[in-house]
Ligand binder design. Structure first.
Ligand code: ATP
Length: 269
């Protein structure tokens, strides 16, 4: 793999309206990232500037990546997705340089959101051999984050982890990832919203999404998306059998529910 294949870069079209629920999280991001960019003079009055970093944590599939993309979509920014594990395993010995290059590239393409997935891959309880190398990488990241604070250059860093307890403590110190935000599994009303978003525009018949929402406690957004995708398949099977477009029904969703389980429950135990 070369450098490029490790870093996906694009300009997301998703916005906050595509993210179901998570209103508190969106509000916090709006206040700290989006409004300063849109109305810098108001924030300058308080000595605040656009840019900075945010750490999202929570169970898998609840929208951390999706949200990060939507932040970029909201501010019409470029989006760079870094999978830290991949950089660590492939660039042993030179991943510090690599990390620096990524930040440089982001500066050339600002406004830019850098999304660092699997942040816990840095440090934490891992093999002794790696520790020295990991430390260097953590230090490099700290340097880049400190640089962001100083330069106010419209580069935003969003980190994400499923296991915040493995995170190197230096990364959690104030001034580094200065906003720590929990991204929880959706509540019942949010589940209904997400189901609605995922099913929007598809042919349906007498769905009762509030009932499905009530029966999907601890389902993540990704679980709900999967449920809709299963139901779509059932409707498509009928479509192929009959030769006519068949709507997705409540029974399709109920049937899908039989073979799918909530995946966030494990995270809490
Ligand atoms: P991981 O920790 O495993 O990386 P994640 O928290 O980053 O998970 P995402 O990749 O953002 O989860 O979510 C997976 C998919 O689930 C998204 O592409 C999106 O389609 C859907 N999804 C999750 N949460 C939401 C939400 N709140 N609203 C709409 N879609 C959602």
């Amino acid at each position: 793999k070369d450098d490029q294949s490790l870093i996906e870069s694009d300009k997301p079209k998703e916005t906050f309206s595509d993210v179901g629920g998570l209103e508190d999280v969106k509000k916090k991001i709006r206040m700290n990232f989006i409004l300063p960019l849109q109305q810098p003079e108001l924030f300058a009055a308080y000595g605040k500037e656009a840019g900075g970093s945010l750490l999202l944590f929570g169970p898998p599939g609840c929208g951390k990546t999706f949200l990060a993309r939507a932040v970029a979509g909201e501010i019409d920014a470029n989006f760079m997705h870094i999978e830290l594990q991949a950089i660590l395993s492939i660039y042993t010995g030179q991943s510090e340089n690599n990390l620096h290059d990524i930040f440089e590239k982001a500066r050339e393409n600002k406004p830019c959101v850098i999304f660092i997935d699997e942040l816990d891959a840095m440090g934490g309880s891992r093999h002794q051999m790696r520790q020295h190398h990991d430390r260097m990488l953590v230090n490099q990241l700290l340097l880049e984050l400190d640089g962001l604070q100083a330069e106010n250059d419209n580069v935003f860093v969003i980190g994400a982890t499923n296991t915040p307890w493995y995170l190197d403590s230096a990364l959690r110190r104030p001034g580094r990832f200065n906003h720590l935000v929990f991204v929880p599994p959706p509540e019942e009303a949010e589940r209904q919203t997400i189901l609605g978003l995922k099913i929007a525009g598809k042919p349906t018949q007498s769905l009762n999404l509030s009932r499905i929402a009530a029966e999907t406690k601890f389902f993540s957004g990704a679980d709900l998306e999967q449920l809709v995708s299963d139901a779509v398949e059932f409707a498509m099977e009928r479509t192929f059998e009959t030769g006519e477009i068949q709507p997705i029904t409540h029974d399709d969703l109920k049937k899908a529910l039989k073979s799918r389980k909530a995946t966030t429950l494990e995270w809490f135990s």
